[in-house]
Write a protein that binds this ligand. Structure first.
Ligand SMILES: [Zn+2]
Ligand SMILES: [Zn+2]
Length: 451
């Protein structure tokens, strides 16, 4: 153990540690990180179950990939100049000198996995979903967490616009069925060919008199490197300028235009409400054609809205990452944000882990017997609870009450001698002595009566 001078270095102003070092330093969560406590987990369960259920219905298979990947993976996919890579990635050099990153988004790892496991040999499309954490070193205010979870879906090996529409439909259903009203913003950013012409128009537009000077410093650089990114800037002057900017839909080639129209037709047919956002680009290099984003409807702070999720098509990425040419599309939804919307709406959540029976014991010998009996009843399929570390019967019955069980079984010294057990109706308080041999029958009788 290294010697630490507690007096000089480790004294916190909030008095977490006494100056003589007698009280141990307490730890706190890292900035921007959070604990999901049991009270909140019922909301998580609701959201996670909805995600998994929907994914299954539309034939997505669950996959898990590592949280750590080579840093290059993100530089080559998300783009070296993207905000994610330049500002937000948690990255480090490990003990063997490798450059490592905690995944800031799911798609690059999914693409790596698709290629590495030869999934192009499977019948296409390959539909995968992931539920897991992402890490971004963002400013922690305004509901952004540096570790947050995502529901991520990807479709590999499918160029049909029906795939784009299905992803948007799933995202839409996900929120609607959680009773969260959302707005889908959608755009097409075309392919490499039509985008080249558009970027030329964009640069021309921003170079017009006076406009360049108004741009933020980042955007001045973007203008030379990646003009499409200008449309994604969150700075007020840049947002204002972009209102007048040319729209990419006017530059789409026939192929891209037809694809986009098809996607919109499917959405119309399915009654999925969407808004065309002619300047939506998403801040990543790999997208082409359809891009979309989801926002809460009527959210208080319009303008600085927090996106609930989004995605798009990335037909060139698999090849760019060393795989075969593979059209693909995907999306991600932030679980924390979905959970916070569900909490805000006060959506009633039914408790599905409610127990029917509580098993109480009195005396050391009874405790031992009760522990065995508990296992028997649990294996027989009953929803049963206990508090075997408690000695007093009263406190056990209080716990049983709080759990809302229908009745309690009470086992004491006398009952063991007589090979009986007490059944106490928790509502009426009436107790009945029952022969141990008939216990299961008696329990079933009472449970069925309640129905
Ligand atoms: Zn095109
Ligand atoms: Zn800007």
């Amino acid at each position: 153990m290294p010697k630490i001078n507690f007096k000089k270095k480790n004294i916190k102003k909030d008095g977490q540690m006494k100056d003589n070092g007698k009280r141990k330093r307490r730890f706190a969560r890292l900035r921007g990180m959070r604990d999901v406590l049991p009270d909140e987990y019922k909301y998580w369960n609701l959201v996670l179950c909805k995600a998994a259920k929907l994914a299954e219905t539309y034939s997505f298979n669950r996959i898990d990939i590592p949280v750590l990947e080579q840093m290059d993976l993100y530089e080559r996919s998300s783009g070296k100049t993207s905000d994610i890579v330049t500002k937000e990635m948690f990255s480090f050099v490990d003990k063997s000198g490798d450059r490592i990153a905690l995944r800031p988004e799911a798609t690059p790892g999914m693409v790596r996995s698709y290629i590495e496991h030869g999934m192009f040999n499977l019948p296409q499309p390959v539909k995968l979903f992931l539920l897991g954490p992402l890490f971004r070193h963002e400013k922690p205010q305004s509901g952004r967490y540096r570790q947050h979870n995502q529901f991520d879906l990807e479709i590999f090996g499918e160029s049909n616009p029906a795939a784009d529409a299905q992803l948007i439909l799933i995202a839409y259903n996900f929120f609607r069925e959680l009773q969260i009203e959302v707005q889908i913003q959608i755009n097409s950013i075309g392919c490499e060919e039509c985008r080249e012409e558009y970027c030329r128009q964009l640069v021309e537009f921003y170079k017009e008199r006076g406009k360049r000077a108004k741009l933020c410093n980042d955007c001045k650089k973007r203008l030379a490197k990646n003009p499409l990114r200008l449309l994604d800037c969150k700075e007020a002057p840049c947002i204002e300028l972009k209102e007048e900017a040319p729209q990419i839909v006017d530059s789409l080639c026939d192929n891209c235009r037809n694809h986009f129209i098809k996607v919109l037709e499917y959405l119309d047919e399915l009654d999925v409400a969407y808004n065309l956002d002619p300047h939506l680009v998403r801040g990543l290099d790999y997208y082409n054609k359809t891009v979309f984003e989801i926002f809460p409807l009527n959210s208080e702070d319009q303008g600085r809205q927090i996106s609930l999720g989004g995605g798009g098509r990335y037909d060139g990425l698999v090849e760019q990452m060393g795989g075969r040419p593979t059209p693909a599309c995907g999306f991600g939804i932030g679980i924390e944000r979905a959970v916070s919307q569900v909490k805000e709406k006060n959506i009633p959540i039914k408790e599905n882990n409610k127990a029917d029976i509580f098993l109480a014991q009195l005396g050391e010998q009874a405790r031992q017997k009760a522990m065995v009996l508990f296992e028997e009843l649990r294996r027989a399929g009953f929803q049963i609870r206990e508090a075997f570390t408690k000695d007093s019967l009263r406190s056990q019955l209080e716990i049983a009450n709080r759990m809302g069980v229908k009745f309690s079984l009470i086992l004491g010294q006398k009952e063991i001698m007589d090979k009986t057990i007490l059944i106490r109706d928790m509502e009426s308080g009436i107790q009945e002595v029952v022969d141990c041999k008939k216990l299961i029958l008696e329990i079933e009788k009472r449970l069925n009566n309640g129905k």
